[in-house]
Design a protein around this ligand. Structure first.
Ligand SMILES: Nc1ncnc2c1ncn2[C@@H]1O[C@H](COP(=O)(O)OP(=O)(O)OP(=O)(O)O)[C@@H](O)[C@H]1O
Ligand SMILES: [Mg+2]
Length: 262
């Protein structure tokens, strides 16, 4: 967990989180491949026997599932009510699932986190991005991820991948201008916190995208490992993360084997 900059402008300081866990969020527009990439990563963590938790926002808890239902299928929601519902989901989710997991040393993979709120609610609606960020930081007592993977692709990409998936939810029904603004907003967030983000070109085959995602996670694991070692404790967590790095290297070697044979 980082004490990342920039600090919120008003009354919501970013706090260091106790605990040896590693918090990774995945961001990007609808259909860019977040869930696909999280599954690949989760399989590697499972193979390495690393304690990990998959969560998604909105809807990572029982209360969150109810909030998600209200948000995505409940008709018009006033912008401030929408921002507060997302923040309520997040507050509960972080307090009851994410912090406990981080405190015991797990890797938490979040399918969307506060950057989605800032990008969706802040940029494309009437609320300011800083207000929305402050609200989220208040809700989470300042928790920011150690790493945020932004899956970035042309707005058309999501359109191509999500057509044919059946009824569109409310956010998916937004138009092209919205998707363009959303992408820009995500990229602006990267500029304000370049040390937290890694941008991955999502418009490539799944395995190629996964190579870059895994590389970013391995780098984050190494940074995290260095910090933990410095602290002198958490041997179990470190061993698990080492096993993950080895599993990632085996995957990468298997991939280049296949390439050289084809
Ligand atoms: N790199 C890729 N190339 C081609 N198809 C992909 C790729 N990644 C994902 N897909 C496919 O695109 C669709 C959307 O992927 P996925 O569900 O992972 O996206 P998502 O970002 O989680 O979407 P949402 O925001 O709606 O949850 C799925 O059918 C998936 O199989
Ligand atoms: Mg998804």
């Amino acid at each position: 967990m980082t004490t990342a900059s920039p600090p919120a402008a008003s009354g919501a300081p970013v706090q260091p989180t106790p605990g040896p866990g590693l918090f990774i969020s995945f961001e990007g527009g609808d259909g860019v491949g977040k869930t696909t990439q999280i599954r690949i990563l989760a399989d590697l963590l499972t193979a390495a026997d690393v304690d990990h938790v998959l969560t998604r926002e909105p809807g990572g808890t029982e209360l969150g599932i109810e909030i998600r239902r209200l948000l995505l299928h409940g008709g018009h929601v006033a912008p401030r009510a929408e921002a507060l519902l997302y923040a309520a989901d997040r507050a509960h989710h972080i307090a009851t699932r994410v912090r406990p997991a981080l405190e015991r040393g797990a890797v938490v993979l979040a399918d969307r986190y506060l950057d989605s709120s800032v990008a969706y609610q802040g940029a494309a609606r009437s609320l300011g991005p800083q207000e929305v960020r402050d609200l989220s930081l208040w809700a989470t007592e300042g928790l920011l991820p150690d790493l945020t993977v932004l899956l970035d692709g042309d707005p058309d990409l999501a359109e191509r991948r999500t057509t044919g998936r059946g009824a569109k939810d409310r956010l998916e029904q937004e138009g092209d201008a919205f998707r363009v603004a959303l992408r820009e907003q995500f990229l602006t967030l990267v500029q304000t916190e370049p040390e937290r983000f890694v941008v991955v070109d999502a418009d490539r085959p799944v395995d190629q995208v996964a190579d870059d995602v895994i590389e970013a996670v391995v780098a984050a694991v190494r940074r995290h490992g260095a910090r933990l070692t410095h602290g002198g404790a958490h041997q179990g967590v470190l061993l698990g993360l080492e096993a993950f790095v080895e599993a990632a290297a085996r995957r990468s070697a298997a991939g280049s084997d296949q390439e050289s044979r084809s």
